[in-house]
Write a protein that binds this ligand. Sequence first.
Ligand SMILES: [Zn+2]
Length: 117
Amino acid sequence: MTIEFRKIPKEAFEIDVQEGEISLKAWVLKKTPSLLLCQGNIVGTLQHHCDRCGADLVIPLDEEVEVWISDGVMPASEEGLLNLVEFFDERADFNAILHSELEAIKSDYFYCQTCQN
Ligand SMILES: [Zn+2]
């Protein structure tokens, strides 16, 4: 799901994108013409593996997310925002945002019950 920045409405609106069995449901708020705030939850089940023994794991996800979305390079005055995604083709891509959030979650370590003990 991509939306051109210039077509983003003034009023907050809801998005719902999916990747596999995982969905991002969030509200998007236009802070400035080139800066959006996306707040919501990533919910679903992540197929992953134990980082010690490699056993398959099904990880239930219910993660709050807050992502700032910038049209091009973030202006210097807004530096320091924690979780920022910049797009350079005048469109915000919410599937790409979900994908990068999932990659960040997967970069954590997960262990099966056997390896946790
Ligand atoms: Zn294991």
